[in-house]
Design a protein around this ligand. Structure first.
Ligand SMILES: *Cc1c(COP(=O)(O)O)cnc(C)c1O
Length: 404
């Protein structure tokens, strides 16, 4: 008789956004006359930029003729895209990453979930708290996290690194030594980031203790301040300890188009085994490549027109972030983030829990946000708003919050 992977049964409750979706649907059903504004889920709203649309149309036409038709893509991704990435995201920033160290994929969520497969089940992971839920949940599915304590909302075999107002939402080196360290900067959900010196400290630490850093740079395009690293490979020694994940979702609006990549330097080894070889083996076995059409669209992200148009799009969202940040400050809220990331992290007022504030915001302002506690125990008492709405709905949402 078949048995299920019972690690799945250890996963607590439903996924955060399903719970939010259900609450919002129920509210709308009970109040059909109200218009609800969502500043909740981290999904973009601006259409694909003209340079990307043009590349997509061109690639579709190529697929219509036998001479220019494309079937299966190469395992690592098309060279035209990997070369564009290597040049623009790495060489131009002084980072030493070769095109054949880049693995093109259909997004950073899959990669961040799948990457744990190439590590021993005995490895211990360390995560920031609060954290993007994918890192922990995929390790639960693999049986790497021990037992769940519903009271504290933590796993026995996971090292949590609290990111709170006290440490400026930047993790401190853990007391217990981890094998795998997940870092995401600029951060989802807190919108915080760390300086190059701070990231260098993590790289030095990982090299010292023999840990690997899985660095999620999905929000790199939102960095506006100097001295914030755009890639972990800006740090000395990162080639021997760091994997970097990137996505086209937040910088170029590819959430529905799907494109991302993972960088594994060939110097990153366990003994004499290159992680690059293992990931190449996995990629070749389980993945058949991002569509040619989408990789052509990805190439357009790096064209001069593409870059200009996307800077405008990021600027549009960051203007929303500024609107939310300054608006909430005026109202007396304690807020952070929103400067190098499209997320605003606010302290819930009057000692409300995250979910209590969610209900107040939904019912009194008809605005949807994300409860901080959904991202980990240290997120309790916090709340996330995103800058991914339209400018008009963002302004309207703030007007409504002002009237609570
Ligand atoms: C949105 C997001 C991603 C990107 O996911 P895709 O699968 O590329 O759309 C990755 N990491 C974090 C932390 C994110 O918020």
């Amino acid at each position: 008789m078949f048995k299920v992977n019972d690690n799945y049964l250890k996963l607590p409750g439903s996924y955060l956004f399903s719970t939010i979706g259900k609450k919002v649907r129920e509210y709308k059903a009970a109040n059909p006359d109200r218009s609800v504004i969502s500043l909740g889920i981290g999904d973009v709203t601006q259409p694909l930029a003209p340079a990307i649309i043009e590349a997509l149309h061109g690639a579709v036409d190529e697929m219509a003729a036998a001479e220019t038709f494309h079937g299966y893509a190469p395992d690592l991704g098309y060279e035209f895209l990997r070369n564009a990435i290597a040049k623009n995201d790495y060489a131009d920033r002084g980072c030493e990453i070769a095109a054949d160290e880049i693995f093109v994929s259909d997004g950073a969520k899959c990669d961040s979930g799948n990457i744990q497969e190439i590590f021993s089940v005995d490895n211990k992971i360390a995560v920031c708290d609060p954290v993007y839920p994918v890192y922990v949940d995929t390790n639960v599915m693999a049986g790497r996290t021990g037992t769940y304590d519903a009271k504290t909302g933590t796993w026995s075999d996971v090292i949590y690194m609290p990111c709170t107002a006290e440490n400026g939402f930047a993790p401190e080196l853990p007391k217990e030594t981890p094998d795998i360290i997940y870092l995401c900067f600029p951060n989802n959900p807190t919108g915080s980031t760390i300086t190059k010196d701070q990231l260098q400290m993590w790289v030095d630490y990982a090299n010292k203790v023999g840990a690997v850093i899985i660095y999620d740079a999905a929000y790199e395009a939102y960095i506006s301040e100097e001295n914030v690293p755009h890639s972990i490979y800006e740090c000395v020694g990162a080639r021997t300890c760091a994997i970097e994940l990137k996505s086209f979702s937040k910088n170029a609006g590819f959430t529905g188009t799907r494109l991302g990549y993972t960088v594994i330097p060939k110097d990153l080894k366990s003994g004499d085994v290159m992680l690059h070889s293992l990931w190449a083996r996995r990629h070749g076995t389980k993945y058949n490549g991002a569509p040619y059409i989408v990789q052509k669209a990805g190439e357009a992200v790096y064209s001069p027109e593409g870059k200009k148009q996307l800077a405008g799009q990021v600027g549009y969202y960051m203007n929303n972030a500024k609107t939310i940040l300054t608006g909430l400050k005026e109202m007396g809220y304690t807020v952070s983030g929103g400067v190098n990331a499209p997320y605003i992290w606010l302290k819930t007022p009057a000692g409300m829990t995250s979910w209590e504030f969610f209900d107040v915001l939904l019912e009194k302002a008809n605005v949807v946000g994300t409860p901080g506690s959904g991202f980990g125990p240290s997120g309790e008492g916090y709340f996330r708003l995103t800058a991914f709405g339209t400018y008009e709905s963002t302004v309207e949402a703030l007007e409504r919050i002002r009237k609570i």
